[in-house]
Design a protein around this ligand. Structure first.
Ligand SMILES: *Cc1c(COP(=O)(O)O)cnc(C)c1O
Length: 457
């Protein structure tokens, strides 16, 4: 069986360069229902055929170097090997007394990340979550408890963000029962970053009005544009006014490894909590985010629970357990999918790969800028750029919407769109380790070809 599965995945990887980034079918995997779950099992070969037809062949190909949508990640094979081992042995990674090594492996990774953002690994604490959204929820709940907010204060508690803040923040507030907080979208400066002066004024006004400024959320790499807020200035304001300072570095965080842009993250060490996503910047498969809390006590106090049937845990206790600092109890042994690749190839290739993405993004931005008919958005700070085609008679937004549809139908590359201040923009997010300069050239050729086809049907 392992041989058959291995043949299948090898074939996938061998044909990957020729695969479209997106494969649209009318069927959309519905053929799975033709083979219901039954009392009798079936042959692995037949199962793989059903899988190929209904899942593999009818999806966007997130591991393709030609995938530029959303935040384009790209799962590493080394991680898959870690996942395979984790699933076979199924170490119980929620609890120190069950599998101390698995827990220490997780803490080693979290300490490494904490040091990357300038936290003191001895006092910081974190948790590996299933992704950025759950990691954000963990931080929001911690911020709520650390501030001692109780329910009657929620309608007076103020959260400062910008219109570029990822929606998982508002969603987390809602899930945490804090949907009734006052939400203040702080205006942005000319570089689409939170304007610290405007923030200071809003905090003063809110205090004067008897409200309770509580939380400021900065982005270290917005999903729309990849921009990084001025973390040092916002951090200083948060300290002055005793606000919890959360930095969403889910997308951008690991660019801190790169000399080219490290300066942009200055001040991240002043934050109280940070989210970063190894399943984006470090290319693990989907399902790995990290929440880091500068003063780990807060994380423990807001998440620790126990029960009679867990009393034996106390016998072998040298460290806290992930279950003590996260909403989860039983959980996937997530650390191995990141530890194994980091041990195997070291940090240097990640640094090099991320630096390459920064350079490719500047290259793509410059090429589009000098291509007649195209208009580019702001100079990219990290690895996301937006652009549109403007040399059209008639509605420019409409043309660009059709362009996205045409690219989707063609499928060679996959990109997504966004609205920047209500202007429809196409967006290239460049993060895959399989994307290189020839992939960027191909993407621009495909975009130009589809523009021509739309203009001269
Ligand atoms: C992707 C992303 C998130 C959400 O992370 P998930 O892993 O998709 O839940 C949050 N913030 C930013 C800036 C992101 O790019």
């Amino acid at each position: 069986m392992l041989g058959e599965v291995n043949d299948y995945t090898e074939r996938f990887l061998e044909t990957l360069p020729d695969r479209p980034a997106f494969n649209f079918t009318e069927d959309m995997g519905a053929g799975l229902y033709d083979s219901p779950i039954t009392e009798e099992g079936m042959d692995i070969g037949e199962i793989l055929r059903i899988y190929k037809e209904n899942v593999d062949d009818q999806a966007l190909c997130a591991v393709s170097g030609k995938f530029f949508g959303y935040i384009a990640p790209c799962s590493m094979y080394y991680s898959a090997l870690g996942d395979y081992m984790a699933a076979v042995m199924d170490e119980y990674a929620g609890e120190f007394s069950s599998s101390p090594g698995a827990v220490r492996m997780e803490y080693q990774l979290l300490d490494w990340m904490a040091e990357l953002v300038g936290y003191h690994a001895g006092t910081a604490k974190g948790v590996l979550a299933s992704g950025g959204s759950i990691a954000t929820l963990t931080c929001i709940v911690t911020a709520r408890e650390a501030h001692g907010l109780n329910a009657e204060e929620y309608p007076r508690a103020v959260v400062y963000h910008t219109r570029f803040t990822h929606h998982c923040v508002a969603k987390s507030l809602h899930i945490a029962g804090l949907g009734g907080c006052v939400m203040r979208a702080v205006p942005t400066d000319a570089d689409f970053r939170m304007d610290p002066d405007a923030l200071a004024e809003m905090i003063r006004n809110d205090r004067a009005a008897g409200l309770e400024p509580w939380l400021v959320v900065s982005s270290a790499g917005t999903t729309d544009l990849g921009n990084v807020d001025e973390l040092d200035r916002i951090g200083a304001l948060a300290r002055e006014h005793e606000l919890w300072f959360h930095v969403d570095a889910a997308y951008g965080g690991f660019f801190i490894l790169c000399d080219l842009v490290r300066h942009r993250f200055r001040g991240i060490e002043m934050s109280d909590s940070v989210v970063m996503n190894p399943h984006k910047g470090l290319h693990t498969p989907f399902g790995l985010g990290a929440a880091l809390i500068r003063d780990g006590e807060h994380l423990y106090r807001s998440h620790y629970y126990t029960a009679d049937y867990l009393q034996d845990r106390a016998f072998h206790r040298q460290e806290l357990s992930p279950a003590d600092v996260s909403p989860e109890l039983t959980r996937h042994f997530r650390a191995l999918r990141l530890w194994l690749p980091l041990k195997l190839i070291g940090v240097a290739p990640f640094r090099a790969m991320l630096s390459e993405k920064l350079l490719l993004t500047r290259y793509a931005w410059q090429r589009l800028q000098s291509t007649p008919g195209f208009e580019v958005g702001p100079e990219p700070e990290l690895s996301i750029l937006v652009f549109r085609y403007i040399d059209v008679d008639g509605d420019v937004d409409e043309f660009n919407r059709k362009l996205v549809e045409a690219l989707r139908r063609d499928g060679t590359i996959f990109l997504t769109s966004t609205l920047i201040d209500n202007v429809y923009m196409l967006r290239l997010s460049i993060l895959s380790y399989r994307t290189h300069i020839d992939t960027i050239d191909l993407a621009i050729d495909v975009i130009r070809r589809e523009v021509e086809k739309l203009k001269n049907p």
